[in-house]
Structures are given as C-alpha cells and as structure tokens.
Design a protein. Sequence first.
Length: 501
Amino acid sequence: MKMFGLHRTIPRFFRSLFWKLSLTFLSLLVVLAVAYIYITAFTAEMYFQEANQRLNASVAKHIAAETQPIVNGKVQQKKLETLFHNIMILNPSVEVYLLDTQGRILAYSTPGKDIQRTSVSLEPLQKFLQNRGASFVMGDDPKDIHGEKVFSAAKVENGGRLEGYIYVILGGEGYDSAMQFLLGSYILRLGGRAMGFTLIVAAVIGLVGFAFMTKSLRATIRTVREFQQGNLEARIPISSSIEMNQLGTAFNEMADTLVHHIQEIKTMDNLRRDLVANVSHDLRTPLASVHGYVETILMKGNTLTEEERLRYLTTVLHSTEKLKKLVEELFELSKLEAKQTTPNVEPFSIGELVQDVVQKYQLLAEQQKVSIKTIFPHHLPLVTADIALIERVFQNLLDNALKYTPENGVITIQLESTYNKVNVNVADTGYGIPPEELPYVFERYRKGSQLSLESDHGAGLGLAIVKKILEVHGISISVFSKVQEGTSFSFNLPVEASLLR
Ligand SMILES: Nc1ncnc2c1ncn2[C@@H]1O[C@H](COP(=O)(O)OP(=O)(O)OP(=O)(O)O)[C@@H](O)[C@H]1O
Ligand SMILES: [Mg+2]
C-alpha cells in the first residue's frame, strides 16, 4: 500500500528505466570521483613524507657527528643551545630532540611550545637505523601524544659507548602547512579540473548511451500499447540489441497469430450469418408451397375433385422431398465445414463403385432420354479414400449432369490409371457453364443464371459438398466447360500405397 502512495508521489519520468539507469550510473561516477580524490590526496601525502624522510635521512647523523651533545653521560647544554639556535635560523620546520638510551627526552630545539611526551618509542628508531634511512618509518611525535611523524635519527656515541640518540622530526609543525600547500597546489587543481571534465564527458556519454539503449524499449512499449488500443497492424520494429529483438519477434509473431485467429473467427461468423440467411430463404419457398396446398385441401374438403387432390398432394410431396434434400445437404456441408467429418479411408475398387452408382441413375437417365457411358480399363488398381463420401461425389456430379443436360445428351464417366493415381472424369454434353460463372461454381449457394429450368434448380450446395469432400481427402477438383457444348469435372484418387511397391 505504501509503495502505491510512494509511486504516486514520484513523477512518471523519475520512475522510468532510463532515469534509474542514469541515476545508478551518475552515483557510480560520484563514488569514483570521491575515491579518486581521496586516493590522490592520500598517496600524494605519503609520497611527500617518504620523499622528505629519504632526502633528510642523514640530517641527524650530521648533527650527532658535529655536536657531540653528551660527553661521559653529561649533556653539553652550551653546545646544544648553539645548535638549536642555528637550526631555528636554517630550517624552522625541523625539530631536534636529544634522547637518552631509553628514549627519554633530555633536550629539544623548539622552546616556544611544550612537549606532550617525556619519551619516545625506540622501536621505529632502531628500524630506521638498521635500514640506514632507506625505508619509510614513522616515529612518535613528542608534541602530539597520539601523533606520528617522519624523522631522521642517529646514535650519539662516545668512545664506542652509546650515550643516547639525536631524533629529528622532519617537517615538524610546518608539515601541516606543507599539506595545505599540497592541496592548494596548481598541479593538483589542474588534475582536479581534468578529473571533473572527464566525469562530465563520461556522464554525457553515459546518459546519451542509456537514452539510445532504452529507445527500442520505448518503441516496443509504444507498439504494444497501439496494438492494445486496436491497431492490429502495429508491429515492433527490428532493433539492434539481441534481447529487444527476441522480445520484438515474439510479440510480432504473437500479434500475427492473434490477427490470424481474429480473421478466422470473422470469416466463420460471416459464413454462419450467410448460412442462416440462405437457409431461411431456401426453406421458406417449399414450406410456403406445402402450407398453401395443405390449407387448400383442408378448406375445399369434399369439393375437390379426385384429380385435383392428387395433383395438390403430389406437389406437397415434391416440396417436402425438396425440403428433405435441402436439410440433408445443409447438414452434410456444415459437418464437413466444421471439420467434424473425418474420412474413413480404405482401399476399394473404383470401377465397381462407378458401376453401382451408374446403375442407380440408369432409370432416371432413360426417363430424361440421356445416356450414361462408362470407359475404364479392365485392371484398375485399388484406390484409397472414404468410399461413402466418394459415392456422394459421384451422386452430386451425376445429379448435375442429368439436370443440366438436355434430351439425347451423353454423360461419360472415364477412369484412367497413371503411376500412383486414378484419374476420374465426369463429362456431359449439356448446356455448359458461362466462363464468368465458372470460377464460382464450387462456392455454396452458387446457382447458375443462364438456365430456363428455374424450377429444377437446387440450392446450389451440390458442388460445394463435392469440393469439401475431396478437400478432406487432400484432393483438388477441376472443371472445364463450354456453353452449349458441355461440362467436365475431373479429379485424381490415390492408388493404394502397397500396390506401388
Ligand atoms: N454439369 C453441369 N452443367 C452445367 N452447369 C452446371 C453443371 N454442374 C453445375 N452447374 C452449374 O453450377 C451451379 C452449382 O452447382 P451445384 O451442384 O452446386 O448446385 P445446384 O445443382 O444448383 O443445386 P444442388 O446441387 O444443391 O441441388 C449450378 O446451379 C449450375 O448452374
Ligand atoms: Mg447440383
């Protein structure tokens, strides 16, 4: 809850990835700058002290050799005073102490200020003497109870006997001002400015870099939002970074899939709407006719002649047959379109099937004075398909051929075997289909316009069913037609695989 409150009070920009990255980066730069200043100051100071100690390592030795400040255990006050005086004149930053063998302070050169220690530790002193001033050692500062300073030291000996030590604090009190000099140094100031400049350049480069890096992220967010707001065309542009690219590609693919599904749903929806509209239209006519005739028969009752009654009832029968066929076809097609029909594929003899179907149509053909011919070789290989569905294909093609072929016409069913297929061709010598209608004959509710036999026209579902049946088998069908000459449909059925070996 608190987080929410906090989020609301921080402006959006400061919550952005760019700002967070930049802030982290700038903080790093500041840490770096502080560390740099501290390290530079510390090393400069240490260097200064080390140089001071090395340069002045032999000062104490010279003093000891020149002055002889203790003779037989007695401090030579007079000599010391002259020495201290001279030193004060030559270098006021140097403090000279005379120590006894235990490190106790016997005398010192700066009378102005009181000393805080009565003795100094001999340990750093011994170390200094051992290394002859070649190493960097800090010793006790007598004027500061906790302080340490660089020094020079030498033994005071008399006839080979150790009498004490000369202990010289280098830099002394003047050292602090030397440190100040260091900080105020021109070179250091120059270095500081160069450092500042470098940091500013780094900060600018960093910020520009981050702005650049987060650019593709911002573009991605923009695109996703656009898509969310309904622009289905919005796609993320290809970016140079691998991660952003992967994200972009994944989103684009997802968007494609979504758009594809939406289109599929829309098409299905349109089809369904068409279907409902067409079905209600197609059902209305035969239903109205049935209704009308039945009503008349009931109303007129006994006044109807036997002949009239027979005629009316025949029309009713005809209409109900039409209705039955229509409903069956619609049911069949909707099952095929909803992909509920899976073909029960099995090997069968196509020749036998054709003979059977032709037999069933023979009577009808004779009535219409149309002949049906079959042409196929004796030994046809077995084909694999759903035999019941293929029978429906022949029925629909023959229905059409009979319906659209005038008297004395010929319908020819020809089967031809190639290496792995049996080609089926159903041709008639009928009215033919005009070229402008040819591309649409397989669409449902496509009914020919040129025929005079309006009453015999079906619902326009037959060829749509044929095409769908072959489609679920993975087979395509083609049609050739010439007006007043005839029409032929042809497709291939696959030969059973075991026969191919
Ligand atoms: N053999 C053919 N000769 C001429 N025209 C044809 C032939 N077969 C189909 N057609 C044309 O194609 C149209 C569509 O045929 P389809 O079989 O799909 O519908 P239909 O025969 O009108 O109705 P249904 O088959 O549903 O009873 C027909 O209306 C007709 O105009
Ligand atoms: Mg038909």
